[in-house]
Ligand binder design. Structure first.
Ligand SMILES: Cc1cc2nc3c(=O)[nH]c(=O)nc-3n(C[C@H](O)[C@H](O)[C@H](O)COP(=O)(O)OP(=O)(O)OC[C@H]3O[C@@H](n4cnc5c(N)ncnc54)[C@H](O)[C@@H]3O)c2cc1C
Length: 550
């Protein structure tokens, strides 16, 4: 019996995962991996942390070598070789050896395309300067490490996940960092308010954040590389890191006539087969089913890439018995210094733009029992389908416990749970770890209170003088950080002071975290007032160490 010929293009996350699983399912397969770069199966997610020195040893990122993959998995790995075209009729791929320039056709029975996505570098004057870097692989990482040896001023362009990691790590290394973002917020993947804590943390650590501004050109001077912004600002630096997003590397697939989606990703079925059943594709280059809504999505993240590679190998050897890829949710997290923020599923902004009827609520609490030392505030926002209450997305930010809540909620989304289900999730609790009513439960309570009509929320403080703004915080706090236009009636005294309020005029209650104002709204509603509660409280998403600005 002749063994099956498997050819894999791209030897990092999706490609390596496919090849490894294929070997575990078939000892006889002949598996060749073609990788354009000098390294294979490296830990690209760790690259920023070696630049900043938090991962001191470079070697731990180069997880495997061609030799180790030969020994462990009997793979033929050819690095510094690029696939340049696919002859589908002849079932072969033209491969160029980038060291000696030689071309060679390699045949396949089944082909896996896992070429990933390349950093976007928009054309603009000066962009070819050798001091402007992108970060995708170990070679890029080494260049940036070298730049930090002499350069102590950097501009990071793009405040998405990688941009934030780079800004943090460069600062960690003592570099002065300007962070430039086109949108009027950092981390445009999250709703604006959910990014404010992280933004204040960046500023607190000395990063100059430029929002709603964009680079127009670069100019080299004798002393520095200048980044010119649309606002007129000119940022002097020793080097620039560009991290404004990625574009799927699909020219090979396009030239081979494979079906591509609207944004240029490779279209695959649930078993990762392209429009040619002998060619699979996985990772950043593909679009898949959205696991939450009807339609397609492209999620350029490590988890989906690795799992998709595995699905393709399963299908190859198990056929329809393989478990299909259920689609991507989009779960991502980032840390900048002492603060983390992340998202799973759809944000309010995205639901609004898609015209989907939704509900949303933000709750503030602590990551564990407040009486246990080390309690720190945590903010959680959830979005759900208005008609069914099914959870559509969640975002979290805080100093600790963000990952745990995102993971719980990502699981809840995958299980198609509703906000009602969140109320009774039985989560691990002891004082060092959580609270008897975890913030995930609280989010469920807040959502069901809204859905049951027990409370009406408002996301903006009223400017209409006809509205009575009632600050229910303790007197000392209200005096220290007064809210313009509000009268202070501490929650504990509210029932005795109802006569201070005009029953004919609407009331908005507010407090620090949103909980007391909800309690107050219940008192007032049951006493005949038309009342809404200021959602999330005035401290929502602001660094608790600085006085609230509202
Ligand atoms: C700096 C950085 C940090 C990240 N951090 C995170 C994180 O914290 N969490 C997370 O979930 N994700 C993270 N990601 C994203 C994650 O790494 C990617 O989603 C994942 O690696 C995609 O896997 P892939 O196999 O599709 O592509 P890649 O891992 O990019 O691998 C594709 C490979 O194919 C090769 N290739 C392309 N074309 C050809 C060709 N024609 N011939 C031969 N070889 C070719 C490329 O050289 C490349 O090495 C990060 C990415 C980067 C760059």
């Amino acid at each position: 019996m002749t063994s099956i010929e498997l050819l894999v293009i791209g030897g990092v996350a999706a490609g390596a995962s496919f090849a490894a699983r294929a070997r575990r399912l078939d000892e006889t397969a002949h598996i060749t991996v073609i990788e354009r770069g000098p390294d294979v199966s490296f830990a690209n997610c760790g690259l920023p942390y070696h630049i900043g020195g938090e991962i001191p040893t470079r070697g731990v990122l180069a997880v495997q070598t061609p030799q180790s993959l030969k020994a462990l998995l009997n793979l033929e790995v050819r690095t510094q070789c690029a696939a340049v075209s696919v002859d589908r009729a002849g079932k072969r791929v033209l491969v160029k050896n980038l060291v000696n320039g030689q071309d060679e056709w390699i045949g396949y029975d089944k082909l896996m395309l896992a070429p990933g996505a390349a950093p976007v570098v928009p054309p603009m004057p000066g962009v070819d300067d050798a001091r402007i870097f992108t970060l995708r692989n170990l070679v890029d990482m080494d260049r940036i490490v070298k730049a930090t040896l002499s350069g102590k001023r950097a501009v990071v362009i793009g405040a998405g996940f990688i941009g934030l990691e780079m800004a943090e790590q460069l600062r960690h290394k003592g570099v002065d960092v300007h962070l430039v973002e086109l949108q009027r917020q950092i981390l445009p993947q999250l709703d604006h308010k959910m990014t404010l804590l992280l933004e204040s943390e960046l500023r607190r650590k000395g990063i100059e954040v430029h929002l709603g501004d964009q680079v127009t050109r670069f100019a080299a001077t004798k002393e520095s590389l200048q980044t010119h912004l649309a606002s007129g600002a000119v940022l002097d630096a020793d080097f620039v890191v560009m991290s404004i997003g990625v574009r799927p590397e699909t020219s090979l697939a396009r030239d081979a006539g494979l079906q591509l989606g609207k944004r240029g990703h490779i279209v695959v079925n649930a078993f990762m087969q392209t429009s040619d059943p002998d060619i699979y594709a996985a990772g950043d280059a593909v679009e898949t089913q959205d696991r939450i809504m009807d339609g397609q999505t492209a999620v350029p993240l490590g988890g989906p890439a690795n799992r998709q590679g595995r699905v393709a190998a399963d299908h190859l050897f198990m056929g329809d018995k393989a478990r299909p890829y259920p689609g991507s949710i989009g779960t991502a997290i980032v840390r900048a210094f002492d603060v983390a923020a992340g998202v799973t599923g759809w944000t309010e902004q995205r639901l609004q733009m898609a015209g989907i009827a939704y509900g949303a609520v933000t709750v503030n609490d602590y990551q564990h029992a407040t009486y246990f030392p080390g309690a720190t505030p945590l903010t959680l926002k959830i979005c759900w389908a208005e008609d069914t209450g099914r959870l559509l997305g969640a975002q979290a930010s805080g100093q600790d416990g963000v990952d745990k809540r995102l993971d719980v909620l990502a699981t809840a989304i995958a299980a198609k749970m509703t906000v009602e289900d969140l109320c009774h999730l039985e989560l691990a609790y002891a004082p060092p770890f959580g609270s008897a009513k975890d913030i995930v439960n609280l989010a469920g309570f807040a959502a069901t209170n809204l859905r049951d009509g027990l409370v009406v929320k408002t996301d903006v403080l009223p400017e209409d003088p006809a509205v009575q703004l009632v600050d229910v915080r303790a007197q000392g706090l209200a005096e220290a950080f007064p809210i313009a236009g509000a009268i202070n009636i501490p929650i504990a005294t509210l029932r005795d002071n109802l006569d201070k309020l005009d029953r004919k005029r609407p009331v908005v209650t507010l407090c620090s975290f949103g909980k007391m104002s909800y309690f107050a709204a219940r008192v007032l509603a049951q006493n005949g007032f038309q009342v809404s509660s200021f959602a999330g409280g005035i401290k929502a998403n602001l660094d608790p160490r600085i006085p609230p600005k509202l």
